[in-house]
Design a protein around this ligand. Structure first.
Ligand SMILES: N[C@@H](CCC(=O)N[C@@H](CS)C(=O)NCC(=O)O)C(=O)O
Length: 214
């Protein structure tokens, strides 16, 4: 990928999903990508990504899966956008957030509520797993609230926009689907998201990923 700047970019997405995050990153970086609606369960899509999940990013012939890797690819194509921070420590903090948000928050907490079949073969156990999942989601929100309250910045890392910001926006909006009250319980998180929702890249990607919280 030595002259990757000139390579064609494609992003496979599905509406209301986590592919919103790299879509915002592409808009923020001013990179043009073909947006392709993924049909996650199909053979064609699995031949692209055997894991059957979005986001998938193509940089020329290179197919990249997994959120952190996809976002790293986008950032590498547009270093001037500083999507992974402006210092080595900020980059470390970005990865620290991304790991937590992709694993504890997304793959464990939200998935146990929305994809409970991945956690047990016994449907009788679904209600119990889902109710614990919602508790875990509240713990995630509480941690985010605490971390955002530690600084006066409008951003999660340092004092400028990074890929962590649209990920936090996404998780906040997903609360709407679970009817979790956010404004009073997580006031700092609410202010932070409201400010990011006015950002051009977030508005642009939001048009494609409409109704993230519904
Ligand atoms: N580990 C993957 C997980 C991605 C993931 O779970 N994506 C969801 C959308 S938010 C998906 O494609 N789900 C399709 C399905 O579950 O069938 C990553 O971090 O990129």
């Amino acid at each position: 990928m030595s002259s990757a700047k000139n390579l064609e970019l494609k992003l496979w997405f599905s509406p209301r999903s986590c592919s919103f995050v790299p879509h915002v990153a592409l808009c923020e970086a001013g990179l043009k990508a073909e947006l392709i609606l993924a049909e996650a369960g199909t053979k064609e899509f699995k031949s692209l990504n055997p894991k059957g999940r979005v986001p998938v990013l193509a940089i020329g012939d290179d197919i990249i899966t997994e959120m952190s890797a996809v976002l790293t690819g986008i950032s590498w194509l547009a270093p001037e956008a500083h999507l992974f921070g402006r210092s080595p420590l900020e980059t470390i903090r970005v990865y620290e957030w991304l790991n937590y948000l992709s694993t504890t928050a997304h793959a464990q907490s939200f998935a146990s509520v929305w994809r409970t079949e991945r956690f047990t073969n016994d449907p009788d156990l679904y209600p119990s797993i889902q109710s614990r999942g919602v508790e875990n989601i509240r713990d995630v929100y509480a941690l985010i609230e605490g971390k955002l309250a530690e600084s006066d910045s409008n951003y999660a890392v340092g004092s400028s926009f990074t890929v962590v910001d649209p990920f936090l926006v996404l998780l906040y909006l997903w609360a709407g689907r679970l009817s979790i009250e956010m404004e009073n319980t997580y006031p700092k998180y609410t202010l932070y998201v409201n400010s990011l929702l006015r950002r051009e890249s977030v508005i642009e990607a939001g048009k494609v990923h409409a109704n993230l919280g519904a």
